[in-house]
Design a protein around this ligand. Structure first.
Ligand code: AMP
Length: 397
């Protein structure tokens, strides 16, 4: 079966067509500037790339263009739309309304639109627009919603609750939901495969370190805690996000800077993190360059990031009562030896024997960067969120 994975943003729509027999990506691409002047689709297939510069006033036109590209004479990989067995849609927030991958019905669509938009106002409405467009263009094709939060649905109450009035949690659903669930799930499963163990036998800390970063405790294949919270602002400091901060400091800052509640949250999302600390950039490559040239604030930003991540590794080892494996993934986790070393140094007491030389090598695929006799294995595993979405969709059918 071929599955189309769709990740729709407010003005973009990314896709991959995956053959589930081989798990190979047959075609992929993305529409940009939907609803804005200058829209285009960049599409790849058959080893070729084609750019369609065409007006896309809405997501329906965008998805029609994607289907045409999939059937294109040159880059096309299917003959008819009927070859697409199902569509898997990435959805950022589920609240407590959806615990797992869900087949779309009119009731499901209603719940998505009426209940979850306020939980992810930038992401969920855009995804729903993409979903509606796909339903219009492919009314007979099954559609699945795959949530970033689902993998975290196994967290126990003691891990996901905040210390607020329980009645307010019940009334408003304010609790930890987590993020990057498809990535944490994928890399923890890949780690188990690589180590030749069943997920049930392992205690793993997965570090998804990218533009947004989250760390999860995966015990016996199930997420038992994660660093992101009610929204993706929580946990370690990130590119431009502050990460955890005392709520009173937010009120104090808002007063001093003359910001409304909403503006204070925007400030914490957009102006803080390593960009705010370094005053240079949110990109870790720029921070590495700056630190090499002696910029102390770049060095400080990198130190803070590694230190905060390390604290989660220790906390989650304690929470799980042991540790077998640490996994690094996403843009920073896969590409920054500096950060990986900063996180893993001085963890010998936990059984981590880090191999600095191995860590500095660039290797395709899964890369073991702990010493051969390390009790705790440290792995770099490239993430593949689209493949998880396709697998989840296929499993549902
Ligand atoms: P992601 O959100 O997973 O796409 O990660 C994007 C981030 O990864 C970028 O903002 C960079 O900070 C980081 N990144 C990508 N390549 C490198 C690299 N070679 N060294 C350090 N950081 C990198």
């Amino acid at each position: 079966m071929k599955i189309l994975v769709v990740n729709a943003g407010s003005s973009s729509l990314k896709y991959q067509l995956i053959d589930m027999e081989t798990e190979k990506v047959l075609a992929k691409g993305g529409c940009e500037r939907i609803g804005i002047e200058g829209s285009f689709l960049k599409a790849k297939g058959n080893g070729l790339e084609k750019v369609y510069e065409q007006a896309m006033p809405n997501h329906k036109v965008a998805i029609e263009l994607v289907i045409n590209a999939l059937r294109d004479e040159g880059i096309g990989v299917i003959k008819s739309m009927e070859e697409i067995g199902a569509v898997g849609h990435r959805i950022v927030a589920s609240g407590e309304y959806f615990k797992k991958t869900t087949l779309v019905t009119p009731e499901v669509l209603k719940t998505l639109e009426e209940k979850t938009f306020e939980l992810a106002p930038l992401h969920n409405p855009a995804a729903a627009t993409g979903l509606r467009a796909c339903i219009e263009v492919m009314p007979k094709t099954p559609m699945a919603l795959v949530f970033d939060t689902s993998f975290h649905a196994t967290m126990p109450e003691k891990a996901y609750l905040y210390g607020i009035d329980y009645n307010d949690y019940k009334a408003y659903g304010v609790r930890r939901y987590g993020a990057h669930g498809t990535s944490h799930k994928f890399v923890s499963q890949e780690a188990a495969k690589y180590l030749g163990k069943k997920p049930e036998q392992l205690k793993i800390v997965t570090c998804h370190l990218g533009n947004g970063s989250s760390i999860s405790a995966v015990d016996g294949g199930k997420c038992v805690d994660t660093s992101m919270g009610f929204t993706p602002l929580a946990g370690v400091l990130m590119g431009t996000r502050s990460g955890d901060i005392d709520a009173s400091a937010v009120e104090f800052l808002a007063r001093k800077k003359g910001l409304s509640h909403a503006d204070a949250v925007t400030y914490l999302n957009k102006k803080c993190g390593v960009a705010g600390i370094s005053g240079v950039s949110s990109d870790f490559r720029d921070l590495d360059d700056g630190a090499k040239k002696g910029n102390k604030r770049c060095e400080l930003a990198l130190d803070m990031f590694s230190y905060q991540t390390k604290k989660y590794v220790g906390a989650y080892a304690a929470a799980m009562g042991g540790l077998d494996c640490i996994v690094f993934t996403a843009g920073i986790g896969e590409n920054s030896p500096n950060v990986r070393e900063g996180v893993c140094e001085n963890l010998e007491f936990l059984g981590v024997k880090f191999d600095k030389n191995e860590n500095n090598l660039r290797v395709d695929g899964i890369h073991e960067i702990s010493a051969k006799d390390s009790k705790v294995k440290v792995l770099v595993i490239p993430t593949n969120e689209e493949l998880v979405i396709a697998r989840e969709t296929a499993a549902l059918l």
